[in-house]
Design a protein around this ligand. Structure first.
Ligand SMILES: O=C(O)CCC(=O)C(=O)O
Ligand SMILES: [Fe+2]
Length: 347
């Protein structure tokens, strides 16, 4: 992994627009698009996924004012009194992972991230204490009227956008049956993350806003406050480039599952957050995931010569193995071994 402190701040603000491509998914969401429109869209998506694994998406059809209102709700949540947030702490949830985490409790590669967050997963039909099978903790209606309904509505809208991407990928890669399965009964994860600015001088060895990592699912759609330089993406030459928000567009990245399916043809790219400045930052990543019990197997014909592709694994096992090593209470000791991601760990 590249040097965590290496980031050329003088270039912030021009790099993202120059380096990360913008793709339009509109042709896969409109009833009137032609085959030619879809081909242009899937070609652009294919290129962006191969070359970067990180890009901007327009044509998603979601109202920018609605997206702004979601970020505002995120701020309102983090501005709640500590006792309100603590009342829905993850360690109080049935399965130990749904709800609020305090600053420093999310741990990436053995370091405490300087963020607080609310983690939301689909509600199982019959909640139990089994891993990822508990019921979701939400702020109460009295504290935050409409919060739950708005967030759930957002997951429905984003599921449709994620499904459109699966159609675009099927057009680019073939394997229509696999991509059809990926459009049925999708799992998802929604995080609402709050980042207080890091102090002017901070020790990266102690953790940054969000340590470098890859995401675990198919595709991540990021909605974030507009702060240049905070989200950084590892480029091919190992340097970090800024993925600054573009108004009306999502920042999208490929996750581990699509990376494994395509034998690294579509890349699950390392990214991190180093949020400085004076203002509090909110981001809301929506993770579009495969069906819960899906078996991930490298797609035939996409495994490069001389390689075997990753051995088949269950998506939900990967998700659970990552999530259950990620939270360490503020008063608990960090484990000796960093919580590496076996699928994409480097260096
Ligand atoms: O806050 C951001 O910009 C990115 C967050 C992220 O990478 C994640 O939660 O996986
Ligand atoms: Fe991420």
């Amino acid at each position: 992994m590249p040097d965590i402190t290496a980031f050329d701040r003088s270039a912030v603000g021009t790099m993202s627009a120059d380096k990360l491509p913008i793709v339009d998914i509109g042709a896969y969401l409109s009833g009137t698009a032609t085959a030619k429109d879809r081909k242009a869209s899937s070609d652009a998506i294919d290129k962006a996924c191969r070359e970067y694994g990180f890009f901007y998406v327009t044509g998603h059809g979601i109202d920018p004012e609605y997206l702004e209102s979601l970020l505002k709700l995120g701020h309102e949540f983090f501005e709640q009194p500590e006792e309100v947030k603590d009342s829905i702490h993850i360690f109080k949830s049935m399965d130990g992972v749904r709800g609020y985490q305090k600053i420093g409790e999310n741990v990436t590669y053995g370091k405490r991230d300087q963020q607080e967050a609310l983690d939301i997963y689909p509600e199982p039909e019959h909640p139990t204490k089994d891993q990822l099978n508990g019921s979701q903790l939400w702020p109460s209606e009295a504290d935050m009227p409409g919060f739950k309904a708005t967030m759930l509505e957002y997951t429905e809208k984003m599921t449709k956008v994620g499904q459109a991407f699966m159609r675009a990928m099927a057009d680019a890669l073939g394997h229509e049956d696999t991509f059809a399965e990926l459009q049925k009964d999708n799992y998802w994860v929604l995080r609402v993350i709050g980042y207080p600015p890091l102090p002017e001088s901070f020790d990266a060895e102690q953790g940054v806003s969000c340590g470098a990592h890859t995401d675990y699912g198919c595709l991540t759609f990021l909605l974030a406050d507009d702060f240049p330089g905070s989200l950084q993406v590892e480029s091919k030459d190992g340097s970090w480039i800024a993925a600054d928000p573009i108004p009306g567009a999502f920042v999208v990245n490929i996750g581990d599952i699509v990376d494994a399916l395509t034998s690294h043809g579509y890349k699950s790219t390392y990214h991190r957050v180093i949020h400085r400045g004076t203002r509090y930052r909110v981001s809301i990543p929506f993770f579009f995931e495969p069906p819960r019990d899906w078996l991930v197997e490298p797609l035939r014909g996409l495994v490069p010569e001389g390689h075997t592709g990753v051995p088949p694994f269950k998506y939900f096992d990967h998700l659970k193995s990552m999530i259950y090593r990620h939270f360490v209470g503020a008063d608990q000791q960090l484990p000796d071994k960093p919580n590496a991601n076996e699928l994409t760990q480097r260096g």
